[in-house]
Design a protein around this ligand. Structure first.
Ligand SMILES: Nc1ncnc2c1ncn2[C@@H]1O[C@H](COP(=O)(O)OP(=O)(O)OP(=O)(O)O)[C@@H](O)[C@H]1O
Ligand SMILES: O=C([O-])CC(=O)C(=O)O
Ligand SMILES: [Ca+2]
Ligand SMILES: [Mn+2]
Length: 666
């Protein structure tokens, strides 16, 4: 390699073929045949101008499906042009104003490449009226360009060219900023309360569903649609949710940013070209006008952010937040409504499968380890965050993963680290301005830095993302009080108790000063996303676990040896050993003792884990402080559970009493 000269950063002249250093000589007296100077180094290109040369670079995408039934066009085959026209009409209908008869002209393609836009693909929005009308508003005179299901490479170019804060990092991922919001805004979620949802949904204390009326929804919908149609271009993604083919949902996402389009490209299931041709009308549509605020004068609005769900119309409107997780979790809420109607349980859980087909679910609130622990080099990944459990087994709802990046390291989480490459969207990370190397420890923008990548980026992803009935149900809690054991085995009633409680305790705030752990209870480990009363999901889980003989476990991925401040977070390597012992079945065979207050069964030994940490009572230097903290946490659990006491759980009347008895005893 020495002949290449510049490899070590030093500069040298290239050698000539004869081995002499120096520049090649310029020949002023060329060949005799003609007097024009030629560069004969290779064959020339078939172009007369630079523009022509550029036009050679790109060839048209291959028509997606070969015409069915051999070379003869099938009797009812739709021409490519006709199909594109239908697609555009469907998008035009999505973008239609509900109050005006005419809207913008919808056209396919990038507005910056006008010459490439075939005029045939222009669709007028004209509703109710069939005869040509005169335009009565300026908005009906303009074009809105549709960038439909663009590829990651195209979206990269769009983001880098048009969206400030978009950069390619050294690993090839796209770094973006989500704007003022770097997390979800649950207090700004609104759900339309109508005659149907009134009875079906969970309303009132503890419920994530804050009501709005149909009229206000339409006001916000119009605001979002007007904003989107005022732009030169919008991104449209047509994709699927749920890998179970029978219960698959078609979703359309209309957004203003390439970042949002690439995020959803990664997070939803990507249709094949054939599936896209037959996509038709979506089952659910998101209008993401996140850069544009809602109007505070609008009824029900308490901030300039509003995330509005209308189950009757099958639509969601996003105003005033660009955090992409709103779309992901918004659709999850929709699944939490649609799936239980079909007797399918929707779950805020990770899921993986061993070589022998044993499936494990990982429940837990944000930051407790669903993504980290379900991404396991020795097992097949089914999904990291959202699943369905039906009569056929489990299926992932999504087509991608959304991993926390803070303090990410190649050593501890190699599969996630390596998934951060071309195509991956990284939100709010900080990187070196020159090398574009990401500093995973930097919290300057937010602590909630994230990477969204297609699930295939994990080497042992199970595609299609489905599996048999779970054998283990692992409830993760990051207990910053440091009193829950690293692992305990749960009976069914205890599993229900902890599932309904949905406990975790993170450390509040990032300001300096005293940081007290903050207990969080979120029913079903995802109260922000559920639509029905928690006991509905809990009863379904109990029924399924019983029927399929699954074992429940409670795993503390939080503190040991004291609360936050004096103790330390349990080493990820130990948690992995604990999880290994659950998967292998060896933990089921272990010897157990019972803890005080919570009555949890804890093993006395696990391979690869120091035995003394298995009982928190051993690890606290101050025994009195331990008992006090344990009692305090038990009290918080009891207080939280009070709201569930009046609810019937499932058809089994005794279950409610049994579940209550499975809680802490103080
Ligand atoms: N013992 C441990 N077990 C699990 N995770 C740990 C442990 N110690 C530290 N961590 C860190 O805690 C974080 C767990 O976050 P993870 O992304 O897995 O959360 P999640 O449950 O998937 O949350 P979300 O629903 O918000 O995506 C990771 O950053 C991981 O590195
Ligand atoms: O939804 C998000 O923003 C991230 C996430 O997975 C969660 O909070 O459960
Ligand atoms: Ca996750
Ligand atoms: Mn989640």
């Amino acid at each position: 390699m020495a002949s290449q000269g510049t490899e070590n950063g030093e500069f040298s002249f290239p050698r000539t073929p004869k081995g002499r250093n120096g520049l090649p000589k310029i020949q002023t007296h060329g060949k005799k045949e003609d007097q024009i100077c030629h560069d004969d180094s290779g064959p020339s290109v078939k172009a007369q101008t630079i523009d022509e040369l550029h036009s050679l670079q790109k060839k048209r995408s291959v028509p997606t499906t070969p015409i069915k039934g051999g070379t003869q066009p099938a009797f009812n085959a739709v021409s490519e042009e006709e199909r594109q026209k239908q697609q555009l009409q469907s998008i035009s209908a999505s973008l239609a104003s509900l109050t005006r008869e005419t809207g913008p002209k919808v056209v396919r393609g990038d507005p910056d490449r006008k010459a490439e836009t075939p005029r045939a693909h222009v669709t007028h929005q004209r509703h109710h009226v069939h005869a040509p009308t005169l335009s009565t508003s300026d908005s009906s005179l303009k074009f809105t360009h549709i960038l439909y299901n663009l590829s990651p490479a195209e979206l990269y170019e769009q983001a880098i060219k048009y969206e400030k804060g978009s950069f390619i990092t050294s690993s090839g991922a796209l770094a973006t900023l989500s704007g003022a919001k770097t997390g979800r805004s649950p207090r700004d979620k609104r759900v339309v309360r109508d005659d149907t949802t009134e009875d079906e949904l969970w309303w009132g204390k503890g419920s994530p569903n804050i009501e709005m009326d149909e009229h206000t929804f339409l006001v916000n919908r119009e605001r979002a649609v007007d904003y989107l149609c005022s732009l030169d271009k919008v991104y449209v993604n047509d994709q699927f949710l749920n890998w179970d083919p029978v219960h698959r949902i078609k979703v359309r996402i209309v957004s203003a940013r390439a970042y949002h389009s690439l995020f959803m490209h990664n997070m939803c299931i990507r249709p094949t070209p054939e599936e896209l041709e037959e996509f038709g009308t979506p089952d659910f549509t998101i209008y993401n006008a996140g850069m544009f605020p809602c109007n505070r004068y609008t009824h029900y609005m308490t901030s300039s952010t509003s995330i509005d769900l209308n189950l009757g119309r099958r639509e969601m409107v996003i105003l005033g937040t660009q955090y992409a997780g709103e779309m992901k979790k918004g659709l999850f809420g929709v699944m939490h409504y649609l799936m239980p109607k079909r007797q399918i349980l929707s779950l805020h859980s990770g899921c993986n499968m061993g070589k022998d087909g044993d499936v494990a679910l990982f429940f837990g609130l944000s930051g407790t380890g669903k993504t980290t622990l379900s991404t396991d080099h020795n097992r097949y990944l089914i999904g990291d965050d959202e699943h369905c459990w039906s009569e056929n087994g489990v299926s992932n709802i999504e087509g991608g993963c959304y991993a926390k990046c803070i303090d990410l390291s190649r050593e501890k989480e190699p599969d996630i680290f390596n998934a951060i490459k071309f195509g991956t969207v990284m939100e709010n990370v900080v990187f070196d301005e020159h090398t574009r190397e990401v500093d995973y420890s930097d919290k300057s923008v937010t602590e909630n830095t994230r990477a969204a990548y297609p699930i295939e980026y994990i080497p042992n992803a199970k595609i299609p993302c489905v599996g048999p009935h779970p054998k283990n149900v692992i409830l993760l809690a990051c207990d910053a009080f440091g009193v829950l054991p690293p692992v305990s085995k749960l009976n069914l009633a205890q599993t229900m108790y902890h599932f309904i409680s949905g406990y975790t305790a993170l450390v509040a705030g990032t300001e300096d000063g005293i940081k007290e752990p903050q207990a969080t209870f979120s029913a079903c480990f995802g109260a922000a996303f559920i639509m029905l009363h928690p006991t509905k999901y809990a009863a379904m889980l109990a029924e399924k676990m019983k029927k399929h003989g699954a074992t429940g476990w409670l795993v503390n991925t939080g503190w040991s040896g004291g609360s936050y401040g004096s103790g330390k977070r349990i080493k990820l390597a130990y948690t992995r050993k604990i999880i290994d012992a659950i998967h292998s079945g060896s933990l089921l065979e272990a010897e157990y003792t019972k803890t005080e207050i919570f009555g949890l069964e804890i093993p006395t030994a696990i391979e690869g884990v120091p035995s003394e940490i298995l009982d928190p009572a051993n690890t606290w230097p101050d025994k009195k402080a331990h008992l006090q903290t344990l009692t305090k946490l038990g009290g918080l659990f009891k207080k939280n559970f009070e709201v569930f006491l009046n609810y019937k759980i499932g058809s089994d009347n005794n279950l409610a009493d049994e579940i209550l008895a499975a809680g802490p005893n103080i």
